[in-house]
Design a protein around this ligand. Structure first.
Ligand code: GLP
Length: 242
């Protein structure tokens, strides 16, 4: 695991975007695993800038998102489908059919959709998987206790996760109780992984990630077993390491 400590969120976002832009330049038809949450927003903004400057094109890029809330429409502003369009897809030349977000809208057959997503993932190779990390060490929505062999599935969200994410909703009651997520095994299949961690609220999480043992109680710990992981951490998130 390669750890890079940067000053702040802006630097993290510039570096994150430059790593992804470099891959797109080297391999214009690469497959990206994408993430939501506040951690990658600045990275997406810098990628949009690079696209507008003519440095990169997404026209042959394929993407697979990590996760999606269950039971909210795709046009709900808090759906991850909406998030991806709002924060990246609508601003670059990516082809809609080449983008994939797990489908978990009301009325969908969740188990069938999860199976379909795993099959789709098994038919491609993700060149770079972007990740944030939950306060409890979750990756995607793989909560503590998820087996490392898990493939795409429907998860009951931990109360800590619903609490952390309630800031995006009007009240805790509106935060979905379930989500569909790539499993840890799907994530570990990626050729390379880029994790972004920012802010003082993640300082304890960083200590557990970097100093803790590998355990399903802290899902991100499995990344120590992956051969090509880069973690970019800003000083605030790294503040309890010294
Ligand atoms: C959500 C997402 C994760 C994300 C995490 C951290 O729960 N499912 O993929 O990494 O939150 O979010 P943030 O980057 O906003 O701290």
């Amino acid at each position: 695991m390669k750890v890079i400590v940067v000053k702040n969120y802006d630097e993290l976002s510039e570096l994150g975007a430059s790593i992804i832009a470099k891959l797109i330049k080297e391999k214009p038809n690469c497959t990206l695993g994408l993430a939501t949450g506040s951690s990658p927003v600045g990275t997406y903004q810098n990628l949009i800038k690079a696209y507008n400057n003519g440095e990169i094109s997404f026209k042959d890029v394929h993407s697979y998102n990590l996760d999606e809330y269950c039971g909210i429409d795709r046009n709900h502003p808090q759906s991850y489908y909406y998030f991806m369009h709002d924060n990246l897809f609508n601003h670059v030349d990516i082809v809609e059919e080449n983008t994939h977000v797990p489908y978990a809208a009301p009325g969908s057959d969740l188990d069938a959709e999860a199976k379909k997503y795993t099959e789709a993932l098994n038919s491609v190779e993700i060149d770079l998987q972007l990740l944030g990390i939950g306060g409890n060490g979750h990756i995607g929505f793989n909560e503590p206790g998820t087996p490392f062999e898990q493939e795409t599935f429907v998860v009951t969200l931990a109360e800590k996760t619903r609490e952390d994410n309630k800031r995006f909703f009007n009240s805790i009651d509106e935060v979905p109780t379930h989500a569909m997520t790539m499993g840890i095994a799907n994530i570990m299949n990626a050729k390379s992984i880029l994790m972004l961690i920012s802010g003082a609220s993640k300082a304890d999480t960083v200590v557990k990630l970097l100093k803790g043992e590998i355990t399903t109680d802290f899902p991100a710990s499995i990344l120590h077993k992956h051969p090509n992981v880069t973690v970019i951490i800003d000083e605030a998130a790294y503040s309890k390491m010294n």
